[in-house]
Design a protein around this ligand. Structure first.
Ligand code: ADE
Length: 395
């Protein structure tokens, strides 16, 4: 290792994901091993993603992390698991031009600086820790010249945050629960990429961007400790749903996809059910994660535009809201719905099947329109780095 005070950095961007067959319940809390397989759709990182820059320098004195602009503690077990696992797989690195040579042994001593931003509310049930931990693993693996493939990296991400393992891939992803006690076979695999089924449009109703009241970890622990039904779910219900969901994704069979995703979630439900009943076959699937935000998956753009009209009619923004910040992400859906300003919402007719729908002004904070998206990428352009290349501190 040269004595110069160089800074070596990598920047990466990683998507979040929404489970359509849920991960709920751990068989090993330490290694984060689930009691059932799960399947997710990776969301377009253009709308929801984490960007992380990681750097090493002989000048750094200790490992540090800045999350969304604030330095936070790195002492948590999840971060430490990831750092330990990645460091142990680091390999020799050399940049002759810059005179940087780092051996496998050097990596153990070099301290890292991590700067990470989520472009969506952290801890709002939008799987920020999934995108965040996946991005941390992916960017550290690139920096430290780790040779493992995405599935092996997914097993490391899993030890940071369970659902993070599914964010190592784009498109449609299965997290195989595995059987081994050491978790080596509890990994994510890609079922199909994001181009396989690109008609789908996903609308997220952000009900609250407040911190969740119950963490997923303690919620799961309570369920596993107190519920007999969870064992039945893990052993009998989910394995069947996983098979059916895999077949539905392979065939782009929306009615089956919708039936399975809705059955596997439990809480906007009536709005979707009424629309589906009115149309005769499922057009929209709803699913919820541990937070209160609803994720609605529409069969195609035409249905998404119809759904958005109904959602905006039923959940109008506060009168002083600005439509541009009430519906974010892919705004072309709003255009397809014929809504260009707030007045257009007021001009919408009540849904034909339910003219007496109660309107709930202000109940939804905002809507995000998005679609299935790609997996992690390295951002090679220096201008995209979050770390100052001279000081190694956040830009
Ligand atoms: N938890 C939530 N967001 C995160 C991020 N961007 N990086 C690491 N952990 C996180």
């Amino acid at each position: 290792m040269a004595a110069e005070k160089w800074v070596l950095s990598v920047t990466a961007q990683t998507p979040t994901n929404i489970a359509v067959i849920k991960y709920w319940g751990k068989r090993d809390e330490e290694l984060i091993l689930p009691i059932n397989d799960s399947i997710s759709v990776t969301l377009d990182p253009g709308h929801l993603c984490t960007t992380t820059s990681v750097a090493v320098s002989p000048a750094f004195t200790h490992d540090r992390i800045w999350l969304n602009g604030k330095e936070v503690s790195l002492s948590g077990g999840r971060f430490q698991n990831v750092l330990r696992e990645i460091r142990s797989r680091a390999t020799d690195y050399e940049d002759e031009k810059r005179g940087i040579k780092i051996t496998k042994k050097d990596w153990e001593k070099l301290c890292v600086h991590i700067v990470s931003y989520n472009n969506f509310p952290t801890a709002a049930g939008l799987a920020s820790s999934a995108a965040g931990l996946a991005c941390l693993v992916f960017s550290l693996a690139k920096l430290m010249n780790v040779k493992e493939d995405h599935s092996q990296l997914s097993a490391i991400a899993r030890q940071g945050s369970g659902s993070a393992c599914r964010s190592l891939y784009g498109g449609f992803v299965k997290w195989i629960m595995g059987k081994e006690d050491n978790g080596s076979d509890s990994i994510a695999v890609q079922l199909a990429d994001e181009k396989h089924w690109d008609d789908l449009v996903i609308i997220i109703a952000v009900v609250s961007s407040k911190q969740k009241e119950t963490s997923s970890t303690s919620g799961m622990r309570d369920t596993v400790e107190t519920s007999e039904l969870i064992k039945h779910r893990a052993k009998e219900v989910v394995p069947k749903r996983i098979k059916e969901m895999e077949a539905a994704i392979a065939k782009c069979d929306f009615p089956s996809f919708a039936r399975l995703a809705c059955a596997d979630s439990n809480q906007i439900i009536s709005c979707v059910e009424k629309l589906n009943r009115h149309e005769g076959t499922p057009q929209v699937a709803y699913t919820f994660d541990a937070g209160p935000n609803a994720v609605l998956i529409s069969k195609d753009r035409k249905t998404a535009a119809l759904l958005l009209q109904r959602l905006l009619f039923q959940f109008p923004p506060q009168s002083d809201a600005d439509l541009n910040s009430y519906v974010i992400g892919d705004k072309t859906i709003l255009k397809d719905a014929g809504i260009e300003d707030l007045k257009d919402i007021e001009a919408l007719a009540p849904p034909p099947e339910n003219a007496s729908t109660q309107r709930c002004k202000g109940d939804v904070s905002y809507f995000i329109c998005t679609k299935p998206g790609r997996g992690p990428v390295v951002l090679a352009d220096e201008s995209q780095s979050l770390i100052n290349p001279e000081t190694g501190l956040p830009k």
